[in-house]
Design a protein around this ligand. Sequence first.
Ligand code: NAD
Ligand code: LMR
Length: 340
Amino acid sequence: MVKAVVAGAAGGIGQPLSLLLKASPLVDELALYDVVNTPGVAADLSHISSPAKVTGYLPKEDGLKGALTGADIVVIPAGVPRKPGMTRDDLFKINAGIVQGLIEGVAQHCPKAFVLIISNPVNSTVPIAAEVLKRAGVFDPKRLFGVTTLDVVRAETFVAEITGEKQPSKLNIPVIGGHSGATIVPLFSQAQPSVNIPSDKYDSLVNRVQFGGDEVVKAKDGAGSATLSMAYAGFRYVVNETTLTQHSFAEKVLKAAKGESGITEPSYVYLPGVSGGDSIAKATGVDFFSVPIELGAGGAEKAIDIVGKANEQEKKLLEACYKDLKGNIQKGVDFVQNPP
Ligand code: NAD
Ligand code: LMR
């Protein structure tokens, strides 16, 4: 029996992501937690004729405890989104405390659950989560993931617009680093199958992948940031030759936990706690970093080192990434260690 929890379930990402998880055959119980509207969202989803039993929880009557108890996987898109003119770091003030509170709940009620953090700024909220779990003595780095899949989904889409690939999701383009601006580093040189980006299009393509989020924020004009593409990225479709099979990042984590091997997803993890991560941490100078992660029964089984394969152009992008990322990580750690 698998219990999945969405915290922030009534929001722009939370609702479509909950819908996709309700449709997943891997989920037996789906608990929706938010500070508003979860009874309605749960009632709505509960009419869908898939197996998962849906429940909605609010903070009253110890709702967080009710939602989290017995959870195998907790997906967190709780918090405020950007408006035009804001950076993800501007969200820190509000979202840092929200993530801290939710992770304190995880530490208390479901310390063995896989935790997938979507709330921005991911570069800092994941270190916050790690610190909270460490303090509670229950930190397992293999079970904590920052969700950066949207950057990979965007890279596939934008590259296909240039190369004319008809099925963009067949492209496998590693995007490493963090999840904001210059910390997002696409490694087009490592694409599978290989892609040819004309040199006059390279800079604008990199810029579009790094600032794809801003494109959506601007277009939504004050009504928030990416929600549907994020829900898709959380619930990503993998197309193979003959079938269309659906795997969410959450589903992949669950499938791997059930023993399926060979599942790899990019994720922002605490490198020193994941096999193969130490050498990447040494090379990059940062402890939290997104690389392709081999998933297994225990979660993040292996960090795959593709940093060293970057070409000269990509190495320059990586230098800028490390600089910004160090500050973002420290800000998250300080928030828990030396509260403001
Ligand atoms: P939204 O405002 O539509 O939804 C957020 C939800 O969180 C709301 O329903 C709100 O009530 C709820 N919430 C607030 N405080 C809470 C708490 N303490 N406990 C539980 N729920 C709480 O926002 P959204 O568009 O869904 O975005 C959510 C977050 O995801 C933002 O921080 C956004 O920047 C981030 N995001 C991340 C990625 C990524 O790639 N990692 C992509 C898109 C958005
Ligand atoms: C994104 O990449 O779309 C999200 O991180 C939301 C944002 O603020 O850009």
